[in-house]
Design a protein. Structure first.
Length: 262
């Protein structure tokens, strides 16, 4: 069971006890008799659980980064905040969008439920919007026939492995960000298993070309040769979107990591 589901069950139970106490139990209890412990605890925790549930469902939700697929933008162990309303208001638990406020933009760092297993949350950068033609050929990104500008900067040194990686700044128009490229890794993308709209992707020795279907997004990790993303398992449907990552607030291994995402 997800934490969201667990929190929702706690909310229902504590809310039911709170309502039952107000409507019936309090009136039937002899004067001066203390509340049973389960009533007292439920009434005490109900408002706290309600506030937490509403905040993480509709405003902001914390996440912890478990892998290195977004290095150097996000490191393993980063605690981040995710905006839950920029891409529309969705009902908790069932995740149905009820108010359409906005949609992901190219360059956003987005959290979503992994299409192959919606119980898992993934985080990647939005590269392709609905209708875009995305080519990743010889480790260069091409969007709608235009080569995405990039330039090399100082190599990236991983403090955990003490190894250097080739680092570039990639310009997606409204967003510039850093990426890592492993020159020794092959350019081709191993053909994955079946996924929805697989016919819209074509694989060859140089990489992959995909046309993003309506209502879907093409995402990639900034650590390009160490990321499981749309090149391998396909597109992210709008229904799987969780929110937009926007702030790093803690990393216990690097206490100085604090601030907005780029």
């Amino acid at each position: 069971m997800s934490f969201e589901g667990f929190l929702f069950i706690l909310l229902l139970i504590s809310g039911a006890v709170w309502g039952l106490e107000a409507a019936r139990l309090k009136k039937r209890r002899p004067a001066g008799r203390a509340q049973p412990w389960w009533v007292e605890y439920s009434i005490s925790f109900f408002p706290v659980i309600l506030i937490v549930f509403l905040l993480r469902s509709f405003v902001v939700e914390p996440f912890k980064i478990p892998s290195g697929s977004m290095i150097p933008t996000l490191l393993v162990g980063d605690y981040i905040l995710v905006n839950k309303y920029d891409y529309g208001i969705r009902l908790p638990v069932i995740h149905t969008k009820v108010i359409d406020i906005g949609s992901p933009q190219r360059g956003d760092v987005m959290v979503f439920r992994y299409p192959d297993d919606p119980s898992l949350d993934y985080i990647k950068r939005v590269i392709g919007l609905p209708g875009d033609r995305i080519e990743y050929r010889d480790k260069r990104l091409i969007i709608n026939g235009k080569l995405v500008p990039e330039h090399r900067i100082a190599d990236y040194l991983s403090k955990s492995t003490m190894q250097y990686s080739t680092r570039y700044v990639e310009d997606l128009g409204r967003v510039t960000h850093q990426i890592l490229i492993d020159k020794d890794a092959p350019a081709y993308v191993p053909r994955p298993g079946p996924f929805p709209f697989e016919k819209d992707c074509h694989y060859n020795a140089n990489g992959v070309t995909c046309t993003v279907p309506a209502g879907h997004y093409f995402v990639m990790g900034d650590n390009r040769d160490n990321s499981s993303d749309s090149r391998f398992w396909g597109f992210v449907p709008d229904a799987n979107i969780v929110g937009k990552a926007f702030f790093i607030w803690l990393n216990l291994n690097e206490l100085g990591r604090f601030g907005p995402l780029h």
